[in-house]
Design a protein around this ligand. Structure first.
Ligand SMILES: Nc1nc2c(ncn2[C@@H]2O[C@H](COP(=O)(O)OP(=O)(O)O)[C@@H](O)[C@H]2O)c(=O)[nH]1
Ligand SMILES: [Mg+2]
Length: 477
């Protein structure tokens, strides 16, 4: 549990922009990373970006940029244990800086030219020191170690961030196993580099400067563990498919879609958890399933599934899909999209395709076009003719939220029946139970007992009838 006195860690983001990537793509990727990192509970206080010919190179960044980054974290800016040599300046076509020395290590890094192109537009220096550096690309184990050495703080890469988020969303046993396997596979190759006894802060799995043999041991342990987990995963195989049966009296709605569509905002608006989640300290607590508030009878649970990610590393696709298990239990899916994002159509396609792949194609769904406050009247009109059946809303508009609420209630009521239930005065506990779980339209008293007019799923009435000596009188519909 996180205590309120605990300091929130500050993070700076680093983007490496390859020649094939446009400024806009680079920025939106960093925006996405910022959101992922915030989800993990860090406070993002700055970001830098550098155009590079490739992501190789001992420290990924050019050394000028690395120094700048070290200023942001309070590090030395140099890599302690790295061999530095003068590079043939003549060979560098774009040479601009006189001190553009290139580092070379003996672990097979190809040299990349160390030119420092003009400062990148997408850069915001932090006003305070950062506790963590997060790269918007994947780092090799030795790159990670080198950058940690230069910055003096913990360094994470995109995959590390995503694995952490998935592990928070993994609910079912299968999903947890899947994510744990991904995490171990990610950690294993990083063991030698981080546990090798050199000056590394923070320590990773098997740290403590243990010698090579101990690292080998750790790796073998990890391999064995992965094998074990895979066997376990295979043995539960289809289990989740049989788990689909609706839990009594609980109906649930899953929010699915890309990160930044507004799923969490919608969740907050619908469940009244605004205050709690606005305080970032609590944002890291498990808030992914909540009842719609004010509460309905029966309760409608909303679940905030793990968001689709634009640059999802291939190795993580399986774990990502397994975290969507949550959606499989839902009686209704809300496909949430950011209607102001020009790429929402293709994102919607991907979302639908993946949900079909995990077996959610049969679940009824609504399309929710969010952020309509960002659209002009004409744009909104055009969308309405393109998607006539969609729900249009802004999570910031109370009336929109209210009408979605009504729509959900109505959706679930179409499957319900209106009945009169006679609860004899002699039956204890039934009335409270019914009121807690079922929508009571009216009640009356006669000599035999209380007569409740209710609107409920037939199965729920059957369950009540099994439990209590009550009589179902007649159909009201
Ligand atoms: N303009 C506008 N911004 C919104 C709306 N809903 C959410 N946002 C913003 O969109 C960003 C992403 O929202 P979030 O709920 O975290 O999306 P998620 O990644 O799908 O959970 C946040 O900055 C929200 O403040 C909306 O209706 N209008
Ligand atoms: Mg979210």
């Amino acid at each position: 549990m996180i205590s309120t006195s605990e300091k929130i860690k500050t993070a700076v983001l680093v983007g490496i922009q390859l020649p094939s990537v446009t400024d806009q793509e680079n920025s939106s990727s960093l925006d996405e990373l910022a959101r992922l990192v915030t989800t993990l509970g860090y406070r993002v206080i700055g970001r830098m970006s550098q155009r590079r010919p490739s992501q190789r190179g001992a420290t990924v960044l050019g050394d000028g940029k690395l120094k700048e980054l070290a200023d942001w974290t309070g590090g030395t800016g140099t890599v302690a244990a790295m061999v530095v040599h003068k590079k043939h300046k003549a060979a560098l076509k774009f040479e601009k800086k006189a001190d553009a020395d290139e580092f070379e290590r003996d672990d097979g890094w190809e040299e990349v030219d160390s030119t420092e192109p003009e400062d990148h537009g997408d850069s915001t220096a932090p006003k305070e020191k950062a506790d963590v550096v997060i790269f918007d690309c994947d780092l090799s184990p030795s790159q990670l170690r080198n950058v940690e050495s230069a910055t003096g703080v913990q360094v994470l890469d995109r995959t590390g961030v995503i694995i952490e988020i998935f592990s928070r969303h993994a609910r079912t046993r299968a999903a947890r196993l899947q994510v744990e396997i991904a995490r171990l596979m990610y950690v294993a190759p990083r063991l030698r580099e981080t546990g090798g006894g050199e000056d590394r802060q923070g320590g990773g799995v098997g740290g403590k400067g243990a010698g090579e043999s101990s690292i080998e041991l750790d790796r073998r342990k990890i391999r064995d563990r992965v094998k074990e987990l895979k066997n376990e995963l295979a043995s539960i195989g289809q289990e989740h498919l049989t788990r689909r049966a609706r839990r009594e009296q609980e109906i649930s709605v899953a929010l699915v879609g890309y990160t930044n569509a507004g799923k969490s905002s919608l969740m907050r608006a619908m469940t009244g958890s605004e205050v709690l989640v606005a305080d970032k300290l609590f944002a890291t607590l498990d808030t992914t399933v909540r009842a719609i508030y004010p509460e309905t009878r029966p309760k409608i649970l909303l679940s905030d599934t793990v968001g689709f990610i634009k640059k999802l590393p291939h190795d993580l696709v399986a774990s990502f899909k397994s975290t969507l298990d949550e959606a499989l239990n839902a009686s209704l899916l809300l496909y949430v999209v950011d209607s102001a994002d020009p790429s929402f159509r293709s994102q919607l396609e991907v979302t639908k395709k993946v949900l079909a792949e995990v077996g959610a194609a049969e679940i009824p769904s609504y399309l929710v076009l969010n952020k309509i406050d960002c659209l002009s009247a004409e744009q909104l009109q055009e969308l309405k003719s393109e998607f006539p059946d969609a729900v249009y809303l802004s999570t910031r508009n109370q009336d929109d939220i209210k009408s979605l609420r009504e729509q959900l209630i109505k959706f679930f009521e179409t499957e319900m029946v209106d009945k009169e239930v006679l609860v004899p005065y002699t039956v204890q506990g039934a009335i409270g139970d019914i009121r807690a779980k079922i929508r009571v339209l009216s009640e009356a008293y006669d000599e035999n007992g209380v007569i409740l007019k209710v609107r409920a799923h037939q199965e729920d009435l059957d369950a009540l009838q099994k439990r209590y000596e009550i009589r179902i009188l007649k159909d009201k519909k």
